[in-house]
Write a protein that binds this ligand. Structure first.
Ligand SMILES: Cc1ncc(COP(=O)(O)O)c(C=O)c1O
Length: 420
């Protein structure tokens, strides 16, 4: 947390280093001078000690940047924030030297999305939202935001002409939030194109990208002109399926200030142990992502040729309508794919119930492979007509490809498909 800085966490650590070096070293420190642990310690404490009443008063007045209470700031959480800052923020050209990239950690991806939206809009304002988003994001809009008097409007963000028209038609809009690749259709949005449309038509709008599927290793929205990046750190950022956690990174000072207030007032800060686990996972992000990507590419090609598969949705396939955009804005194509079976939903059910190696579970970005059915699981809370309009058909199956030996994953798919 910014208002309780504690020791120097090398926030600007080697911003000119490579991604893997930053993932390992940024934000890290060796604990206290008399207990210099190699791995940064877990400050598993709710509160911090003042040496005197005067020191406590100075901390509360903001005169001293001391840690006070973990909801307001914690050194272990700070390490995670500094590391993501160095990963999402490197290479970002800021409008002036006084600006900086800032990251605030949250207790979940949904808390992070809520924070980013509430930091951008208030009652009476409007928010433009990608027409295909995670089910709970959709529910947040129709439930909580609607009750606060913030209206949301769906926009097909894969079409820049539609985006431009929506911005012009909604002068009260204060933010546009979208995922790319989208969950679970794997449709893309052109981040630089959306940011350009906003600057040209209504620069008051904040461009918010949910970067959960791609991670900063594959795609850096701030570099492409977005104002805010959100993550469900539960997924690839942590990578091991051990934690629910979220992150917001922004180049906009006012948004950062609002985020700090929101995290304090809503109490949506992560626990120190959770932050520590996410930080540990983050250290191997580049190597994990390389393997997720190569495994997913091999599986997508294999399924694309399989007689029992009707259609594969994966931006790495040349047949994906936005393959050129994927090559331009992503380093690689990610580990997520979805497909339709020739036999429809019944065939999909048989596949999910019989397949080995893949685990039938929601979530994604774990080291091991997961399979699930969006229409009845992750996107069940999205009204059916809206789901279908966005391409989330009843027969769509989503796979989060893990880092197992790819031959084993392909064999498991072949055996299960043969049984249909
Ligand atoms: C793209 C995307 N964004 C946000 C979330 C919400 O994250 P969390 O479950 O950590 O709250 C999810 C969860 O699946 C997701 O897939």
């Amino acid at each position: 947390m910014e208002d309780s800085k504690g020791p120097d966490y090398k926030e600007q650590f080697c911003l000119d280093c490579g991604f893997a070096t930053r993932a390992l070293h940024a934000g890290e420190h060796f604990g206290q001078p008399h207990t210099p642990s190699h791995t940064n310690p877990i400050y598993q404490t709710s509160t911090f000690v003042f040496a005197s009443a005067e020191e406590g008063a100075r901390a509360f007045s903001g005169q001293d940047p001391a840690y006070i209470y973990t909801r307001l700031g914690n050194p272990t959480v700070k390490v995670l924030e500094a590391k993501i800052n160095a990963l999402e923020g490197a290479g970002v050209k800021l409008a002036n030297p006084d600006l900086r990239v800032s990251t605030v950690a949250f207790s979940s991806g949904m808390a992070a999305i809520t924070g980013a939206l509430l930091a951008s809009a208030q009652g009476g304002d409007e928010i433009l939202m990608g027409n295909v988003v995670y089910g709970a994001t959709e529910h947040l809009a129709s439930n909580v935001l609607a009750r606060l008097g913030i209206r949301t409007f769906d926009v097909d963000v894969s079409d820049l002409a539609v985006v431009r028209a929506a911005i012009a038609a909604h002068p009260k809009a204060k933010a546009i939030l979208f995922e790319t690749p989208m969950n679970p259709t794997m449709v893309l949005a052109d981040i630089a194109g959306v940011a350009r449309a906003v600057r040209e038509v209504n620069p008051d709008i904040r461009v918010i990208v949910d970067n959960t599927f791609a991670t900063p290793y594959l795609q850096r929205p701030l570099e492409l002109g977005a104002d805010i990046v959100v993550h469900s750190a539960t997924k690839y950022i942590c990578g091991h399926g051990t934690v629910v956690s979220g992150l917001v990174t922004t180049t906009v000072d006012r948004v950062k200030d609002e985020l700090y207030k929101l995290v304090k007032d809503l109490g949506s800060s992560p626990g120190p142990f959770d932050a520590w686990l996410v930080n540990q996972g983050l250290k191997t992000l580049p190597m994990r992502m390389d393997r997720h990507c190569s495994n997913a590419m091999a599986i997508a090609r294999h399924l694309d040729r399989h007689p029992k598969i009707a259609k594969v949705f994966f931006p790495g396939l040349e047949s994906h309508p936005q393959h050129a955009l994927a090559k331009a804005q992503m380093k690689d194509f990610g580990g997520m794919l979805s497909f339709e079976l020739v036999g429809g939903i019944e065939a999909g059910r048989t596949l999910m119930n019989t397949i080995k190696v893949f685990t039938l579970a929601v979530s994604l970005g774990c080291v091991d492979s997961l399979i699930q059915h969006p229409a009845s699981m992750t996107h069940a809370c999205v009204p059916r007509d809206k789901r279908l309009a966005g391409g989330i058909t009843d027969g769509l199956v989503r796979v989060s490809v893990g880092i197992e030996d790819v031959e084993d994953l392909i064999r498991a798919l072949d055996v299960a498909l043969a049984g249909i």
